[in-house]
Ligand binder design. Sequence first.
Ligand code: ADP
Ligand code: MG
Length: 318
Amino acid sequence: MYERSLYVFGTLVSVSAWTSDEAAFDRAVDQIDRRFQSMHRDWHAWRGNGELVRLNQALAAGESMRVSDFLLPLLIQGKALYDASDGLFNPAIGRLIALWGFHDDEPSGGLPPDPGAIAKLVDAAPGMDDVSIEGHRIRATNPWIALDLGAYAKGHALNVAIRILHELGIDNAIVNAGGDLCVSGGHGGRPWHIGVRHPQGEGVIASLDARDGECVLTSGNYERYREYAGVRYAHIIDPRSGYPVAHIASATVIARNGALADAAATALSVAGAPLWQRIAGRMGVDEVMLVDGDGRVYLTPAMKRRIDLTPTGGARGK
Ligand code: ADP
Ligand code: MG
């Protein structure tokens, strides 16, 4: 068993593999490092001069831009997931995310943004349906659009890492970015046993065996937030109101496509108890766990069959 850690996407990413070829493992991790660093540069929505920054500048100026083979599939998938989530997953709300200060490495405290400014951005209703894709050319019909891939790029990247490992002959691996992970194979004939981190602090709330090719993604309210007068404002924003989601603590989704699992986890955090089952169905994910602000756990039947809730994990109720 080999393990190496990288620092990228603002988090520690660990790559573990069960293999006899240490040299191949090292080459794979070097490649993953290079690919992740370039994704971080090019897909950053507001820093530097990467591809997404240039695209956002072009769209804001009413111009179109040709994008690379790397960015294009993510934008195509972003449109599809936006539709499937009824717009609850909306990577076109970059301006709202910036307004709330979640573009800073450490979100500042202080007063929430001016309600008038929030309302203006909500009324402008930027959505992925305002983004048109013809070949590699991207255009926006709404000048308020700013793309932010923060809710699903990490999931996509985890799939890419597993693919790079496969290409170098490593078929038993786990790539873990701060609790979000994808796996291949197992170790010594046993499946990878993984923990789902507790949304409200340390420790794991549940554990499960991850199967070959699966990704497990969690979106949580409690990880990144700003606080003012005792109120926490989480970095997941409800595009319908322009305000951070307050009702749900976390959503965990298992799917083979990491970007889908990541986007669904974000969308289901927004959807909350009244809507999550419908949105999960529309997005085509059936292994979902939701934990609400009171620590109540909601499971789909498929998730219930394979997950073990930690008795002391703080989950109360059903
Ligand atoms: P985490 O990084 O904790 O896994 P998410 O996957 O939910 O969390 O991603 C949160 C990020 O996605 C935010 O920092 C912001 O950049 C972006 N975002 C926030 N709300 C939405 C939304 N409703 N739809 C799409 N992207 C969002
Ligand atoms: Mg997400």
